[in-house]
Design a protein around this ligand. Structure first.
Ligand code: ADP
Ligand code: MG
Length: 325
């Protein structure tokens, strides 16, 4: 690919991490993991029209491509260290890549994450990021440790990103209402879609406390289902306990609970811990600026059952996953 484009990426990716022995420019990066740690490695691809809407700002694409990957590290309790980025571009446009890197670097900087390599090809617009994180030996969080009696928690609020996507869907029957009403709420929901906040600090804090953890990318019921399957347990969720934002309730009152249960792309953490630790855990996370809510409990069996206020099992909305336009 064009030398200029890669040279530009190299200049902007210059990092001061001492564990980067060699960054962009050779055939491979040379990285020095610290002793006493394991590497947590994850890769996620964002494809235009599938994982972000056509017409998403390039800076938002760069931000989100890194954010969804950091969310996977958060769910493992890992500390971000290095990333590789594969760019597939329909045109090799310097300005587009610069804006994309603006968003990527804005999120990378506070974590001192170094972009150490990648690949650049011509093709449909897509961004793949591979992240490498560090976890002290034996302390990584997994999906598989939940036990009957554990409490189930979720960070932040749910359903906002799916609602943000709905706000961008001009074909909706209520598009005019969504455009006209509560612009601040609308802006917040769209920001949750385009700029998810990976819960890195919460994941690190949960090491040695959470019995299992997963990030919510496909929707709460689906992802809690994955956690339960990995742990060989079931779960009861109290629908009325779901944390829903005021923006979501303002614009989507009637659908808020279903969006919270099934909406994807929120990138909050869903985790389990012994019930007797619930109070202190929620207080500690709140002190860190990361709200967390107890939403249910782990039971024997293999089903995720959502109960209404009367304790009756609810019929669940279909999965939140949807094609972006
Ligand atoms: P090679 O043919 O050895 O794969 P490339 O021309 O693809 O070399 O890449 C040259 C250097 O630029 C390598 O160090 C590679 O990691 C880096 N690089 C290429 N594309 C990107 C990208 N999108 N982001 C970060 N680094 C990149
Ligand atoms: Mg290459």
């Amino acid at each position: 690919m064009e030398f200029d484009l890669i040279e530009r990426i190299r200049q902007r990716a210059a990092s001061r991490r001492e564990d980067v022995l060699l960054g962009i420019g050779d055939d491979a990066a040379l990285l020095q993991p610290p002793p006493g740690h394991v590497l947590a490695v994850a890769l996620d691809t964002l494809l235009e029209g599938v994982h972000f809407p056509v017409a998403t700002a390039p800076a938002d694409i760069g931000y989100k491509a890194l954010a969804v990957n950091l969310s996977d590290l958060a769910a493992m309790g890992a500390t971000p260290a290095w990333a590789l980025m594969s760019l597939s571009l329909p045109h090799s446009e310097q300005r587009f890549v610069d804006r994309l890197l603006d968003g990527f670097m804005e999120l990378a900087a506070p974590y001192r994450l170094a972009l150490v390599g990648g690949d650049t090809v011509r093709g449909p617009l897509a961004v793949s990021v591979t992240v490498h994180g560090l976890v002290p030996d034996g302390q990584a969080l997994r999906r598989s440790g939940a036990r009957p009696g554990d409490a189930v928690f979720v960070t932040g609020t749910l359903g906002d990103a799916a609602a943000g996507l709905a706000c961008l869907d001009h074909a909706r029957v209520d598009a005019d209402r969504l455009l006209g009403a509560a612009p601040e709420s609308r802006r917040k929901l769209v920001a949750r879609l385009n700029r998810p906040e990976p819960r890195i600090a919460a994941g690190q804090m949960l090491r040695g406390i959470a019995t299992a953890c997963i990030d919510v990318s496909d929707g709460l019921v689906a992802d809690l289902g994955h956690l339960c399957a990995a742990s060989g347990v079931g779960a009861h969720v109290d629908a009325d306990a779901l944390p829903l934002s005021s923006s979501l309730l303002t614009l989507f009152a009637g659908q808020a609970r279903d969006l919270g249960l099934a909406g994807g792309d929120d990138y909050e953490l869903c985790f389990t811990a012994p019930a007797e630790r619930a109070g202190a855990l929620v207080a500690d996370l709140a002190r860190m600026g990361c709200g967390a809510t107890r939403i249910g409990r782990i039971v024997e069996g293999d089903a995720v059952i959502v109960k209404d206020a009367a304790g009756k099992a609810m019929k669940l909305p279909s999965s939140g996953w949807d094609h972006f336009r």
